[in-house]
Design a binder for this molecule. Structure first.
Ligand code: COA
Length: 320
């Protein structure tokens, strides 16, 4: 696997903490000190699928390819109007691909979806199943939230990041783990009633509910433990890592991980202050920004680390 190009897209509407405090019992001071978040981009009149396609198109351009060069599309997505058809098939149509049309697949691994998809794509490329994979991570997290619940609504934003992957040996190491903990972060879809279902409460739809402190603790513990061990197992030291791209859920989580690893701040780019938690899109958004600003260069060693509902934790180390 090798990253050939990156792209991203954000909704145009920027919502500040002060704007939220107009209808929620919250404040810029609370949100900033507890999370680091100052603003987030939220979809208004855009279509989510178009945002995802925009990020995809930019990654294909950056790779110097055209849509018909893509022979596999993988989409990391949790929050989307359509359970079916899957988002990757919608993106294929939006890109105007003429064919021969290729496989499409969506991955739901919550906020770890992009990192886990990289691991899957590496296998597809290594076995020759694909030559050019478009991997898009696109999330409309703000549609999960109860906008009367200050515990969740202030945390999230919408966005999309994408990469085009080609054949190569850039993947240095990966480790994806799941601990089944079905109640730490939960969102239930509404389901249609049937005349046969008799269990109580099974169709109850609820907006996102989260055990914030537990997630915080598990995120710091799992990331600090796995980052150190995966790096060592790959025969590297933490000093060999040029950029730590951590999932952007809370600046305090990232700061705790960084302090635990005892690494300098400049190796830990952040976007949570501007974008909020964009779930699986947060790392490809960081990557694309780093590449466009010239901070991430060819040959650099990147460690990506994410955590999320499941509870899933994932690490990938690769050469850019
Ligand atoms: N504005 C003002 N007060 C708020 C608030 C808001 N937006 N949200 C919660 N509060 C209140 C709570 O009601 C609570 O009040 P109480 O003490 O009167 O009951 C108080 O602030 C403290 O809440 P607490 O949950 O202890 O705060 P915290 O320091 O743990 O921060 C999170 C809460 C959610 C920011 C933090 O736990 C977190 O980021 N966890 C990880 C979440 C995450 O990463 N989720 C996504 C995973 S991908």
């Amino acid at each position: 696997m090798k990253i050939l190009g990156t792209g991203s897209a954000l909704p145009k509407k920027v919502v500040t903490n002060d704007m939220l405090s107009e209808f929620l019992d919250t404040s810029d001071e609370w949100i900033t000190t507890r999370t680091g978040i100052k603003t987030r981009h939220i979809i208004t009149d855009e279509r989510f699928e178009d945002l995802a396609t925009e990020a995809a198109g930019r990654a294909i351009d950056a790779a110097g390819l055209c849509p018909d060069d893509i022979d596999y599309i993988v989409c990391s997505n949790v929050s989307n109007l359509f359970i079916t058809p899957h988002l990757s098939s919608i993106i294929m149509g939006n890109l105007g691909m003429k064919g021969p049309l290729c496989p499409t697949m969506d991955v739901n691994a919550a906020c770890v979806g992009f990192v886990q998809s990289l691991d899957v794509c590496d296998a597809l490329l290594a076995t020759g199943r694909a030559k050019h994979i478009l991997l898009v991570a696109a999330e409309e997290c703000t549609r999960f939230c109860d906008w009367t619940d200050r515990n969740c609504a202030v945390l999230f934003g919408d966005g999309a990041g994408a990469v085009v992957l080609g054949q190569g040996d850039s993947l240095v190491a990966s480790k994806i783990t799941t601990i089944p903990m079905p109640d730490v972060i939960v969102y239930q879809n509404p389901m249609e009633a049937t005349p046969f279902e008799t269990r109580e409460g099974i169709d109850t739809h609820s907006a996102l509910v989260m055990k914030g402190r537990e997630v915080f603790r598990m995120a710091v513990t799992s990331a600090a433990r796995d980052i150190a061990s995966v790096t060592a197992d790959a025969g590297l030291t933490l000093g060999d890592i040029d950029h730590f791209l951590l999932h952007q859920a809370n600046l305090r989580i990232n700061e705790a991980i960084r302090e635990n690893l005892n690494q300098p701040q400049e190796k830990f780019p952040t976007n949570v202050q501007r974008f909020g938690n964009t779930s699986s899109a947060s790392i490809p958004l960081l990557l694309d920004e780093g590449v466009r600003e010239g901070k991430i260069r060819r040959g650099d060693t990147i460690l990506m680390s994410a955590f999320g509902a499941g509870f899933v934790s994932g690490i990938v180390i690769l050469k850019y």
